[in-house]
Ligand binder design. Structure first.
Ligand code: ADP
Length: 361
């Protein structure tokens, strides 16, 4: 048994070190030699300070005090020093060793080299910071560009109208058609730019959290959408909804986009839409369900990406930003958005809102 244990200790990748209560090294396995570069002869009998950098000496007193109380130290992440002076990120597990009478006489220390893990963590953190910065820059760029693009678009729009008005009668039939294309193109560009601007504004505007009765919110939305609802002969059922803490203007936007889509993407029958909710301990889940044209599963992720549409503008109007806006708002509220659907079978969009919603930028 003893021999088996010794073999396990020797073959371990980790450094396994025994020491007295006063910090004198008593055992030193092959893992310790590999990590720290000292042979057992060089380490045994020396103080454990041999592998503790000067600026971490204070930790040892703390470890000793806990050991003396019979406590074990688990996965304590710190730094140790090798023979060649290199600093090594390590995770320490230190347990007291007791004699036959149960008195604490020393400690065994398992030291895991976590340099590679730390390096990966640091690289990931750095990548995250860079990604956030480049996202911010990109958003700022989109914000500035879409803002600046509005001015020349307005000019093209008003001069096309002026041309139509002042020379309309002198224009040939072809020229009038071309002018119509110009105005149509400008209008489309204007709605893209306006939507892009509101997409960017979500993260540049500070969220205003307050208690919001979703029944009142949806009732007000339906009033605003009245003409659209009537145009499509849509029937909309809003089931009782909870009062939640959120940025009401933003969550209103989510409901509005989902309702408009549920009406817009109807099939041969008039739209039939149901809004309902459920809850778990940590979140509310709101659902907007329709019996429209549905979405094939391979597009479930794509539709939430900005400007991604599954239809031509002639089939269904829109800019392809609505769901990207919904996603951004919901994620700012600590939630997620997803769809359940099948082609021709209607769709149900769900979004969750954390009960402790803290919008993040
Ligand atoms: P838009 O409605 O302006 O095209 P959205 O971002 O709101 O942009 O939606 C992206 C695409 O997702 C739509 O073009 C459509 O193809 C699909 N989609 C969204 N909602 C529905 C729905 N309720 N039923 C079927 N398809 C939908």
């Amino acid at each position: 048994m003893q021999a088996k244990l010794a073999a396990i200790v020797e073959s371990s990748d980790d450094a396994i070190i025994g020491k007295t209560l006063t910090g004198i090294i008593t055992t030193w396995n092959a893992g310790a030699e590999r990590i720290f570069g000292y042979s057992p002869d060089e380490a045994i009998g020396k103080s454990i300070h041999l592998i503790i950098p000067q600026d971490h000496h204070h930790e040892e007193a703390h470890i000793q005090a806990r050991l003396a109380r019979g406590e074990r130290i688990d996965h304590f992440e710190t730094v140790r020093i090798a023979r060649d002076g290199s600093r090594i990120d390590v995770s320490l597990t230190v347990s007291p060793i007791k004699d036959m009478q149960g008195r604490i006489v020393g400690a065994s220390k398992i030291v895991r080299d976590i340099t590679a893990k730390k390096r990966t963590e640091a690289a990931l953190l750095q990548r995250g910071i860079e990604l956030a910065r480049s996202n911010q820059e990109l958003e700022l760029f989109a914000h500035v560009t879409s803002h600046d693009l509005q001015e020349p678009l307005r000019t093209v729009h008003s001069f096309s109208q002026l041309l139509e008005r002042s020379c309309g009668e002198n224009l040939s039939e072809d020229a009038r058609v071309y002018l119509g294309f110009i105005v149509g193109g400008v209008k489309r560009m204007q709605s893209l730019v306006t939507d892009l601007l509101s997409y960017c504004r979500i993260s540049t505007t500070e969220s205003r959290l307050r208690s919001c009765d979703c029944n009142t919110l949806c009732a007000a939305l339906l009033e605003d959408l009245n003409a659209f609802v009537e145009l499509h002969h849509a029937s909309i059922l809003i089931e009782p909804l909870p009062t939640i803490v959120c940025d009401a203007a933003q969550i209103g936007r989510v409901f509005q986009n989902l309702l408009v889509n549920a009406i817009k993407f109807h099939g041969s029958q008039p739209p039939n839409v149901r809004v309902f909710s459920s809850e778990s301990d940590s979140e509310w889940v709101f659902s907007v369900s329709d019996r429209g044209i549905g979405i094939a599963p391979e597009f479930f992720d794509r539709i939430f990406i900005i400007f991604q549409r599954l239809h031509t503008i002639e089939e269904f109007g829109g800019t392809g930003i609505g769901l990207a806006i919904c996603k951004k708002i919901v994620e700012r509220h600590g939630g997620r958005i997803w769809v359940e659907s099948a082609s021709g079978e209607g769709s149900t969009f769900h979004f969750s809102i954390a009960k402790t919603a803290i919008p993040s930028t």
